[in-house]
Design a protein around this ligand. Structure first.
Ligand code: COA
Length: 572
């Protein structure tokens, strides 16, 4: 079928559906929901047999839904209506939630139901639930709905809140007053639920050191406590610790209410000058302490296998985070290990350099340069580690430089369901570094590398395996994936073939170095980046500004809106 994906932005759920529907042979095009007239034009050009709206922020115009079948993905259980479905479900502690695919009608979220799915809730941020449970459920439900539509005999079920067996109900947009934390009354669990319900957007409006800001990136603390509720009682790296009535909660990121830097940044960075009298609470080393606490770099060991976790918020890696991770890496490689697994974070493995920290820097060009060099140092250390086998285990999505940092490891294993965006060009024609010119052609060939960079499309884990970028696609379930990674890594460590494997690895590296030294790859990439950062063409700085400030889209990129290609014509 010809399916038009109508969406507010090409977010991770749209990317996933794009991959899944495309793999089933459907012809897809994408239009961003910018204005009714633009959507109408897209429908006219593409003449879709079906419209799927995985992520919309406003209603589809009647001019479209009256003429065409439009399936809307609602992140709520059957009968639930309203724009804050998941936010309410988290804040009110629903034990189970779901996704409903319904037909667009004149009533918002009130159309007949084509398919629905349910899942148990987890204590996690909204963005994490969205990227895992909601995305899996939505993918199942959309695929089923599309099949039913294609079959031509399915009659979607009209549902109204209050119908027998329907638990969902109409709920309004959740306000900041409803999200507000009462530090003198709310327990740590309640504070966490409120912060989780608002993360990644819009955060909880609050005050820190007398300044209005929004809070994000909350983490429980089991040991440290004290001080009046609401007061900042400690800090560690980018995070600050606030006392609650029954303990304390870490806040990793804040967004200032007032410009210029009113975008998410590490809390301790934003309020650095106010923390002079607040004690630092550093951790001793990289091993996880007992109990829950804020720890962005964490190490575990099982026999001769090491696991290095780096759960950086949104997968963004600042210069300092890259340097700290390099130190952790160097420390881990000195341990008696045979295999070292780079686990990344639960939601993202890495999205490359930290565009927010760069935007906030006095000289974004200098900070871009520092950040790319810091991530290159890390990539180089991984490439050059010749005494052990290295594995990148992708639990979460991976974008831009993050994909090539992963590829620096000997093996890349991805959780089924993970999305990769192995290209840089969307960020203002950024050339990119992380030794991609060395790592990528070696896996996918010169033409494969060129087309990945040029096409700028997301790739599923399975497609990554088919292309040669990923070595294995493992279980979709997060816990099953971690168990499988640990088991396979232990098998490799115990294998009598490991010594031969490491010998081959050293020989390959030596041959590669003789053919073209790593330093030359780096110098060539950095020469291109120097033009991106310091040259006449400001495209990268402009694109980064819009990315960080979340400027609304004003057009759909041509590589997504294929109906806007000059050569496009509807197949007969
Ligand atoms: N630096 C800072 N923040 C980043 C980031 C980066 N490199 N990459 C992603 N983020 C943030 C986004 O701003 C967003 O923040 P939010 O929590 O306020 O919404 C969040 O991470 C999720 O990103 P989003 O773009 O909504 O996710 P997605 O799944 O739709 O798209 C990517 C994933 C990787 C395609 C997209 O995030 C992207 O293009 N990131 C930039 C990659 C890049 O160019 N890196 C620099 C070159 S190495």
């Amino acid at each position: 079928m010809r399916i038009l994906l109508l969406c507010h932005a090409f977010n991770s759920l749209c990317q996933r559906l794009y991959g899944e529907l495309g793999a089933r042979g459907h012809r897809l095009s994408i239009e961003f929901d910018i204005a009714d007239s633009v959507a109408e034009e897209a429908v006219q050009l593409f003449r879709p047999q079906l419209i799927v709206a995985p992520y919309l922020r406003r209603a589809i115009p009647a001019s479209i839904w009256r003429q065409h079948s439009c399936l809307i993905v609602h992140p709520g259980i059957v009968g639930d209506r309203g724009p804050s479905a998941l936010d309410w479900a988290i804040q009110e502690g629903e034990p189970e939630w779901g996704v409903t695919v319904l037909q667009a009608t004149g009533e918002l979220d009130g159309g007949p139901v084509w398919a629905s799915e349910r899942f148990p809730m987890r204590v996690a941020r909204k963005s994490s639930l969205y990227r895992h449970e909601v995305t899996e459920a939505a993918t199942c439900a959309v695929l089923r709905a599309v099949e039913r539509f294609a079959g031509g005999h399915f009659a979607p079920t009209p549902v109204a809140p209050g119908d027998a067996g329907v638990r969902g109900r109409q709920r309004p947009l959740i306000s900041q007053a409803e999200r507000a934390i009462d530090w003198r009354r709310h327990s740590s669990a309640q504070v966490l639920a409120r912060l989780n319900a608002a993360d990644g957007f819009p955060g909880v409006a609050d005050h820190l050191f007398g300044e209005p800001c929004r809070l994000f990136d909350a983490c429980p603390e089991d040991s440290l406590r004290g001080g009046p509720p609401g007061e900042v009682i400690a800090w560690r790296e980018g995070a600050i610790l606030r006392a609650t009535v029954d303990g304390a909660v870490w806040i990793g990121h804040v967004q200032r209410a007032a410009p210029p830097a009113s975008f998410k940044l590490p809390a301790a960075q934003v309020f650095a000058s106010s923390l002079a009298d607040v004690p630092e609470a550093p951790l001793a080393g990289f091993f996880a302490p007992h109990g829950r606490t804020w720890q962005d770099i964490r190490y575990q060991e099982a026999g001769q296998v090491g696991f290095l976790h780096f759960d950086f918020y949104n997968g963004a890696m600042s210069s300092r985070q890259c340097r700290r991770l390099l130190a952790a890496w160097q420390w881990a490689t000195r341990r008696p290990l045979r295999v070292l697994v780079l686990m990344g974070g639960r939601d993202f493995w890495s999205n490359g350099i930290h565009l927010h920290s760069i935007e906030a820097a006095e000289s974004p060009a200098d900070e871009s340069w520092a950040n790319i060099n810091a991530i290159d140092d890390l990539a180089e250390a991984i490439i050059r580690s010749d005494g052990l086998l290295t594995i990148a285990a992708l639990q979460g999505n991976c974008g831009a430089g993050g994909c090539f940092l992963a590829r620096a490891a000997d093996l890349v294993w991805a959780r089924a369901g993970v999305l990769l965006n192995p290209h840089y060009r969307n960020m203002g024609n950024l050339f990119g570094s992380e030794y991609w010119t060395y790592l990528l052609p070696a896996r996918v060939g010169v033409e494969g590398a060129r087309s990945m960079m040029r096409n700028r499309l997301p790739m599923s884990a399975a497609a990554g395996v088919a292309a040669g970028l990923v070595d294995a696609c493992l279980a979709a379930d997060r816990d099953a994936f971690r168990v499988d990674v640990a088991r396979r890594a232990a098998e490799l460590a115990a294998s009598p073939e490991l010594a031969g494997r490491l010998h081959d690895k050293r020989a390959r590296r030596q041959a590669d170095e003789a053919a073209k030294p790593l330093a030359r790859y780096r110098a060539e990439e950095l020469a291109e980046l120097q033009r991106n950062f310091y040259g006449f063409d400001p495209s990268y700085h402009v694109a980064r500004y819009h990315f960080v400030h979340k400027t609304p889209q004003s057009w759909t990129p041509r590589h997504l809106a294929i109906h806007r290609d000059l050569g496009w014509s509807v197949p007969q």
